[in-house]
Design a protein around this ligand. Structure first.
Ligand code: ADP
Length: 255
């Protein structure tokens, strides 16, 4: 049957709408690509001057004499804190963009988790911050990219320190389960609301509570990508007011 004029007009309208939708989708896709490219280039370019700045401030910070006037001393302390924050932000942006684009390869070796945990703790322990406790099977060996796993561990412990600063101890535990090692970081901080938990590992996601601290919402996304690329799992159990336990698994050496 031949379509009547009204039906033809309707069909044409439908085709036009479909075309507009496709164009819009393509436009959104190229906007997303542009954003990705911008983040990749900007974070890459920012790294060089920020690294130089950090090195210079560190020299001033370590070599400041006792005779330095209080004003200069305070300024150097402030510059040191700010340049450290800036370095984390730029590195997170750079890492997240490389991870999203899968632009790196894992360099796996066999290493003892306990030794890595101890190194991280020595580097993270700050007087006056919550006590860090290391527990469980510290002799367990894993086959993984040590630098990347260090990044995950440091990120999770730093988050616990950042979001649960005045609340007792932070327990880091390694457990040997069937074919995996499970590492958990438990704090007694504010916890995370159940409706926010499903989004916590998403790129740029931050809770309202989290927004009180500096951050881009990239740390947990970076952790999740690293663990996924190792064939492990990552998750969190949390109850508002009681604290959070972030955990991840890694294949045991040889599996
Ligand atoms: P950032 O710390 O830069 O905001 P993250 O990806 O590390 O980014 O964390 C995302 C959000 O998850 C944070 O903004 C914070 O709200 C929440 N969060 C992470 N760790 C904890 C924790 N230990 N306790 C409570 N909230 C947390």
């Amino acid at each position: 049957r031949k379509l009547n004029e009204k039906e033809q007009r309707l069909l044409k309208k439908l085709a036009d709408v479909a075309m507009e939708q496709t164009e819009l989708r393509q436009h959104n896709l190229s906007l997303l690509q542009e954003r990705e490219e911008f983040i990749a280039i900007a974070s890459h370019e920012l790294r060089t001057p920020v690294t130089a700045l950090k090195a210079a401030v560190q020299v001033l910070h370590t070599h400041q004499g006792n005779e330095m006037p209080p004003l200069q001393h305070n300024m150097i302390e402030q510059a040191n804190r700010s340049v450290n924050k800036l370095t984390y932000l730029v590195n997170d942006l750079f890492d997240a963009s490389r991870l999203a684009a899968r632009k790196y390869t894992l360099e796996k070796t066999v290493f003892r988790l306990g030794a890595l945990m101890k190194d991280c703790f020595d580097f993270l322990r700050v007087p006056g911050k919550p006590e860090l406790l290391m527990e469980g099977d510290l002799s367990a060996e894993v086959y993984a990219d040590e630098k990347k796993i260090e990044q995950v561990l440091v990120n999770l412990v730093e988050n616990a320190v950042k979001y649960a600063p005045d609340t007792g101890t932070i327990q880091v535990r390694a457990e040997h389960m069937e074919n995996v090692i499970r590492i958990s970081v438990k704090d007694k901080g504010p916890g995370i609301r159940p409706d926010q938990l499903p989004h916590i590992f998403k790129r740029y996601f931050r809770t309202k509570n989290g927004a009180l601290q500096t951050g881009l919402g990239l740390g947990l996304y970076i952790c999740a990508e690293i663990i996924k690329q190792h064939g492990g799992e990552i998750g969190v159990e949390s109850e508002p007011g009681k604290g959070s336990t972030f955990w991840f698994t890694l294949p045991v050496n040889g599996t």
